[in-house]
Ligand binder design. Structure first.
Ligand code: FE2
Length: 203
């Protein structure tokens, strides 16, 4: 299977990242704490989210290859909600969210942005992403229009800019498992959208 790396800009447009050269094999196992240190270093180096994502997504791929145990750190999905989240690292005032997320087959998320940059890697299952763009009008400042869809397969990654609006659906008959990394959310700009009523509410 071809593993692909995708990028979604603030307008909900999808493109694939250009081919990257494989990093040299590390002398030591690429452990979670080294990964977090390197991500922190990247954040200190640039405040441009696209540059950050471009530097971080190859590290996510390396981490999941070298520290495969992370892929199995998952809680069974809540049968009522249809999903579950497992925090992999949590520290007060730490600028990153690192988690695995499981969705039951057939479940669909709300339409939302993250108000933070994010990298998501699909570990298992198949996930459909639908993207949206803001098309505000005088009457409906939170009006959005559908931009397109992308189906993620295991091994694919998707890097999201903070204003990228999407929803996800677990396709097929097995749960989806994803590894998710996010920067700091601006909760004054983090919305759930209603694409029919053209409204949004803060998350
Ligand atoms: Fe999301």
């Amino acid at each position: 299977m071809i593993e692909q790396d995708w990028f979604v800009n603030d307008e909900g447009q999808v493109q694939s990242w250009p081919d990257r050269s494989l990093p040299n094999k590390r002398a030591q196992t690429y452990r979670l704490y080294r990964f977090l240190t390197e991500v922190e270093d990247i954040l200190a180096m640039t405040d441009q989210d696209q540059e950050r994502l471009q530097a971080i997504y190859p590290l996510v791929r390396e981490l999941l290859t070298d520290s495969a145990w992370l892929q199995y750190e998952v809680q069974p999905p809540d049968p009522e909600q249809g999903w579950s989240v497992t925090m992999l690292y949590d520290e007060p005032n730490f600028p990153l969210t690192v988690q695995t997320v499981v969705w039951l087959p057939g479940q669909t998320s709300r339409v939302h942005n993250h108000a933070a940059w994010g990298v998501v890697a699909l570990v298992s299952g198949q996930e459909k992403n639908t993207f949206w763009q803001r098309t505000p009008s005088t009457d409906h400042p939170h009006k959005i229009a559908e931009m397109g869809e992308l189906i993620l397969n295991p091994g694919d990654t998707i890097s999201l800019m903070p204003e990228a609006i999407h929803c996800v659906e677990a396709l097929g008959d097995e749960p989806t498992v994803t590894f998710n990394l996010y920067g700091l959310s601006d909760y004054q700009a983090r919305y759930d959208f209603d694409p029919v009523a053209h409204t949004a509410k803060l998350f």
